[in-house]
Write a protein that binds this ligand. Structure first.
Ligand code: GUN
Ligand code: ZN
Length: 435
């Protein structure tokens, strides 16, 4: 017997990038909507008035008052071992890594610690309405096993991989070019394509890998179809100078990755704050994506991402929390900072574009938009119920809002995990606020 259930609330999802189609055509909205889910997939969505009478007898209808259903959020760059270093004081990237981050990652040699943190991390993602993420683990293979085991139990669509680092890091966090390759292969065989899981080849960033390790990362991408490449790029000025010293024969930071065949579909580069036009062009032409991490770029003093320029070169851009350089798991909060970052550059982020970045745009950046990112029939039923009455202030502010755009924008500026009433993954409730 198929498992069918219907959810009644206001419904909103994106159909396309507002930048490409403009205005109303970018999204679909039902003020009194019905989302019908069968065996983990969306089978119908539309107006309750027309769909309810046609629903088969016995199908349960779950009703939410003062709520908005949107697709599950997509986080295109986050570190699960860095929950414990969020809000560490006073440094920029390279000192921050040495002082806070590497010691915290060292603890993941212990599988029990990794399991404990993986569970906590996924609970926190789901509390914030994030149902898919591209995730850094640590150099330890057991950290990847712990993460995928926890994600598999919840049937989440998740991407992760073992960090590759064979130089310029503490001994307790380094592998070798050969061991990193062999461990990655074993993890790919174990996890890539299992259920809803995907593997990402994960060199931390150019300074912590030798040319041989980067070469083997490129080789891995050619050996298995559908793998991701996940790394950092042009985040911080000192970092960029360091890459120039380490790879003097390359024309710039992106060219290091390009030389080792690490660009292409499913390659995701976090930050990309200080790119030149040629680098943007090359990212666009290869189908690579950039993860926009505004809370982290502000917190670590890295800089302001020029979204319009990247998009002008056809680069796919998703939103990243970059925990623990980033300061919030919430995509709503991250969008609020994204808005301010763009304001400082004379760019705008209208609320529909913002929703796009957090959902369908993220799915496009990850080449998963055929499965997730919106609520079209056939898509996997990953969705979030947002509460229009999450806090007294949100209740008050939304009471003053006249249009959907105003409500959505105020929710994004004021909202966070408190606005997430319930989260569903593949049609199953995986978080209910307060329970
Ligand atoms: N660059 C290399 N490693 C890291 C990391 O862990 N966080 C951030 N924000 N940037 C990095
Ligand atoms: Zn990062």
């Amino acid at each position: 017997m198929p498992q069918t259930r219907a959810y009644r609330a206001a419904l909103l999802h994106c159909l396309a990038d507002p930048r490409e189609v403009g205005g109303e055509a970018s999204h679909e909205y039902f003020a009194d909507g019905l989302l019908v889910v069968e065996d983990g997939r969306v089978v119908q969505l539309g107006d309750s008035g027309s769909l309810l009478p046609k629903l088969a007898a016995g199908v349960e209808v779950v009703e939410y008052a003062d709520a908005l259903i949107v697709p599950g959020f997509v986080d295109t760059h986050v570190h699960y071992p860095q929950m414990g270093v969020i809000g560490s004081y006073g440094t920029q990237l390279l000192d921050w890594l040495e002082t806070y981050t590497f010691p915290a990652e060292g603890r993941f040699a212990d599988p029990a610690h990794a399991r404990d943190q993986a569970g906590l991390f996924l609970r926190e993602l789901l509390r914030n309405g994030t149902t898919t993420a591209l995730v850094f683990s640590t150099v330890h293979p057991q950290s990847v096993d712990a993460f995928f085991e926890a994600a598999e139990k919840l049937n989440l669509r998740m991407i992760a991989g073992k960090v590759l680092m064979d130089r310029n890091a503490p001994d307790y966090l380094t592998d070798t070019a050969e061991s990193g390759y062999a461990q990655s292969r074993a993890l790919i065989e174990r996890w890539h394509g299992k259920g809803r899981l995907h593997y990402a080849v994960t060199p931390r960033f150019a300074p912590t890998s030798t040319p041989e390790q980067l070469r083997l990362a490129g080789q891995l991408l050619g050996e298995y179809p559908g793998l991701y490449l996940h790394t950092h790029l042009s985040e911080n000025r000192q970092e960029i100078d360091w890459v120039r010293q380490l790879f003097p024969e390359r024309s710039g930071y992106l060219d290091v990755y390009d030389h080792y065949r690490l660009l292409g579909a499913r390659s995701v580069f976090a930050h990309g704050v200080h790119l030149c036009d040629e680098e943007c062009r090359r990212l666009g032409e290869t189908g690579s994506a950039v993860a926009f991490c505004p809370t982290s770029n502000l917190f670590l003093g890295s800089g302001l991402l020029d979204l319009a320029r990247l998009e002008g070169h056809g680069v796919r851009v998703g939103l990243g929390t970059d925990i623990g350089g980033g300061t919030s798991f919430s995509q709503l909060h991250t969008l609020s900072d994204a808005y301010k970052v763009l304001q400082l550059q004379g760019q705008s982020l209208d609320p529909f574009k913002a929703l796009y970045l957090a959902t369908l745009g993220g799915a496009r950046a990850l080449y998963l938009d055929d499965r997730i990112g919106n609520l079209q029939p056939g898509k996997e039923a990953d969705f979030v119920v947002l509460d229009y009455r999450a806090t007294p202030l949100i209740t008050h502010r939304l009471g003053e809002a006249r249009t959907l755009a105003e409500r959505l924008f105020a929710l994004m500026i004021l909202g966070d995990d408190r606005a997430v009433l319930e989260t569903f993954a593949a049609g199953r409730s995986v978080h209910r606020r307060g329970s």
